[in-house]
Design a binder for this molecule. Structure first.
Ligand code: ADP
Length: 720
């Protein structure tokens, strides 16, 4: 614990403001040298001039070349840049850490620390931007939320869409909206006094599609002039000569420029497993210690390990194993410290991965595919790649979305390997065979082709896209999935019979929640249900990964279960979460101790409290809640109300007990079993409602509550 706290703490002395300011400036000047050494630095001039000529720039460059941190700083001083620059990120971890880094590089405070601060970020449930923020990192979801209020993005001079190669659903929506926006400006000759600049950034050089996408959009608008630029619709192909800004066909220009920044990549040796393995947590553990015991480590030669795993559960399991074994090592051997990195990790824990390891210590970062391109960790020489990642997959037939562990693509494997060769030669240990690599798909299928589209469609409808089937998608999703999503929205009453957005739909779209959870929340605000405060507590707890610590050993599990028994509710996991949140909130002495005794994650609970506060505020703003409102006293009928609200959102996730003791979903007739993590595990009740489907050895229902079959039937009838 001593090592960990030393490692995670920045200096504790608090200098006065003047001193703080001069420290900031000193740090800024020191960082300037590092910035100048980044591969992107020499291209600042061509990037600036590209955007003086054209409104759209497609910029590709290897991860770590400096795109996310430097491009906004290059543009900040441009004469056209009078307002704020937005840089979107697929993940909150990246948005926050990049904002911190850029604030440091600019010698600025963060947007929430001072009104004068120039750098800020905005992620779900956490806004750290201020009135003078000029560089704002935000998650893709937050930009989409802002577009509800500011359709034309008038508060921005430029939108930088980062990590486009990840092809999240939200990035595809943003690209479609931006294309419409630019086309609209061209069509109506509607020139903003300061035309919006768009920079599309990607770590892979697959730019042709993007260039055509934007060119065609404006071309279709039928105008030949975009913001004063002569257009001739010559086709553009990216010029792959490093650093060269290309506008093909001399004498004519297009809406889109392209620029390619060559990264620095040292050779990386690939080592495959001779035979395939199922237990890659164990394989990873072996390789970690093999590297640690055999490969030298010195002050001037860092040798950190980056290990790619599938999710929080495997990461936490391996973290414990590494720390346990590390304790057993001889004193002469350098120390080894495991640091987790996943999307749900709280902010202060994220920053630890960027800190240099103390002397004679090797760090091993256990990460999800977040570290593939989103976050660059310095000091890494060894990569261990399990070859899998957790992806969302929508099953059209069942109308269900589930998280599945699937093999990654070759392009993801190449990215992962590349992380080992950023600063020096490196090694990549693939926990699969060479044949396994050959059988991988070339590219990762964009999320929009395999996910539940209801959230995306609600977003689009709320922003005035009437015919979602006509929206400009970079890749058109399958028709069946689109129809399913529209049907789902209809079931949630977010759409009217004619397919336009309903009052309820508009309200749901204002919340940073899935349509399903949004629907539950709106239902709870109905005076007849009168359980909004409690439902907010439950939704807040569902919005973090897991508030109960996951213990691996049998002994640990038993201990945790008996310690938590007072929190368990026979109605199931939702009421258990509610009680946990309420008890924690009421705890007046030491909340940390309270959590420790019950194996509840204090980190997660703090996050829950943040979300709860914000959801309450949003409900007050939308007049769904009044300041003085309090929860009715606990009673059976109140619990019934809460569960019935859940049913209105999760009607597709309901199942009934079969005579043979199994559960079958009411819609889709799929057999499911109650997940071992549920308080209802092993229990038989007439019907259940659950949050999510998990497919591992079989189909599990996770986050389960017991309900009466006739309530489910009433809810199903309502939508039929
Ligand atoms: P790209 O967007 O091309 O992947 P970045 O701009 O994210 O590149 O990173 C440029 C450099 O800045 C990298 O060497 C990275 O290690 C460093 N860096 C980025 N964020 C942080 C941070 N929060 N702390 C320390 N270094 C960082």
């Amino acid at each position: 614990p001593d090592l960990i706290s030393r490692f995670s703490q920045s200096k504790l002395n608090r200098p006065n403001q003047g001193q703080q300011r001069s420290n900031h400036l000193e740090r800024r000047d020191a960082l300037l040298e590092t910035r100048k050494a980044l591969p992107i630095w020499p291209h600042a001039g061509s990037i600036r001039s590209a955007l003086r000529k054209n409104n759209v720039l497609v910029l590709t460059g290897e991860t770590g070349s400096g795109k996310s941190t430097q491009v906004p700083q290059f543009l900040l001083t441009e004469p056209w840049c009078k307002k704020c620059i937005a840089i979107t990120q697929p993940r909150r971890v990246a948005a926050i850490s990049l904002a911190r880094r850029v604030a440091e590089e600019m010698g600025s405070l963060m947007g929430n620390q001072s009104p004068a601060a120039k750098v800020g970020y905005s992620v779900r449930f956490d806004n750290a931007s201020g009135p003078n923020t000029k560089v704002k990192f935000l998650t893709e979801g937050m930009l989409l939320q802002e577009m509800l209020r500011d359709e034309g993005l008038l508060q921005y001079s430029a939108i930088v869409v980062d990590e486009v190669h990840e092809r999240s659903v939200n990035v595809d929506l943003i690209l479609g909206f931006l294309r419409n926006l630019l086309a609209d400006m061209a069509r109506r000759g509607k020139k903003r006094a300061d035309p919006l600049r768009v920079v599309i950034m990607s770590a892979t050089a697959d730019v042709e599609g993007l260039v055509h996408f934007f060119n065609d959009g404006v071309k279709e608008s039928g105008e030949s002039e975009v913001d004063g630029l002569e257009q001739s619709w010559s086709s553009i192909s990216p010029d792959n000569e490093a650093g060269k800004v290309s506008r093909k066909n001399s004498g004519s220009s297009s809406v889109v420029s392209t620029c390619f920044v060559e990264g620095r990549q040292y050779p990386v040796k690939t080592i495959y497993l001779p035979d395939p393995t199922q237990d890659w947590v164990e394989s990873a553990l072996k390789v970690i210690f093999q590297i640690h015991l055999k490969q030298p480590l010195s002050e001037d030669k860092p040798g950190d390990i980056l290990c790619f795993l599938t999710g929080q559960d495997t990461i936490e399991a391996l973290e414990r194993l590494v720390n346990d074994y590390a304790q057993l090592m001889d004193k002469e051997i350098p120390k080894l410290i495991a640091l987790p990195l996943f999307a749900a990790l709280p902010q202060h824990a994220q920053q630890r991965i960027f800190n240099r390891a103390p002397s004679r210590t090797r760090k091993v970062i256990l990460a999800t595919n977040i570290a593939e391109t989103s976050v660059t960790v310095p000091g890494v020489r060894y990569v261990i790649d399990c070859g899998k990642s957790k992806i969302k997959q929508f099953r059209n037939r069942l109308g269900l979305e589930s998280l599945l562990v699937k093999p990654i693509s070759k392009s993801a494997a190449i990215q992962r390997k590349g992380r080992a060769g950023r600063e020096a030669e490196g090694h990549c240990y693939r926990l699969y065979t060479e044949d396994g690599y050959r059988s991988m798909d070339d590219r990762t299928i964009p999320e929009i082709l395999r996910c539940d589209l209801s959230s995306a469609f609600l977003t689009m409808k709320a922003r005035g896209v009437d015919n979602v089937l006509d929206f400009p998608f970079l890749d058109q999703p399958p028709r069946e999935a689109m129809e399913k999503a529209l049907l789902q929205l209809l079931h949630l009453r977010a759409l009217t019979e004619t397919g336009s957005i309903s009052e309820t739909g508009l309200k749901i779209a204002k919340f940073p929640l899935t349509p399903t959870l949004g629907r539950v929340l709106i239902e709870a605000a109905d005076p007849e249900r009168d359980c909004l405060l409690d439902v907010i507590d439950i939704i807040s707890a569902l919005s973090v990964e897991n508030i109960f610590l996951n213990l691996v050993t049998e002994e640990g599990k038993e201990k945790a279960e008996s310690a938590r028994r007072e929190l368990f509710r026979r109605e199931g996991d939702h009421m258990t979460l509610l009680i946990t949140v309420q008890r924690y909130a009421e705890e007046s002495s030491d909340r940390r101790v309270w959590c420790g005794r019950r194996f509840v994650s204090h980190r997660a609970m703090q996050h829950v409290m943040d979300i709860r506060k914000q959801l309450r505020q949003q409900c007050i703003q939308l007049s769904l809640l009044s300041l003085s409102q309090s929860s009715p006293p606990a009673s059976d009928s109140h619990t019934q109300s809460i569960l019935q609200c859940l049913l209105r959102g999760f009607i597709s996730n309901t199942a009934r007990l079969m005579p043979d003791g199994s559960y079958k979903t009411l819609i889709g007739n799929q057999t499911v079993a109650i997940h071992p993590s549920s308080v209802l595990f092993g229990k038989k009740v007439e019907a259940i409602v659950f949050n999510e489907f998990v497919f591992t050895s079989k189909a599990w229902a996770r986050g389960v509550s017991a309900v009466q079959l006739d309530w489910v039937q009433t809810a199903v009838e309502e939508i039929m």
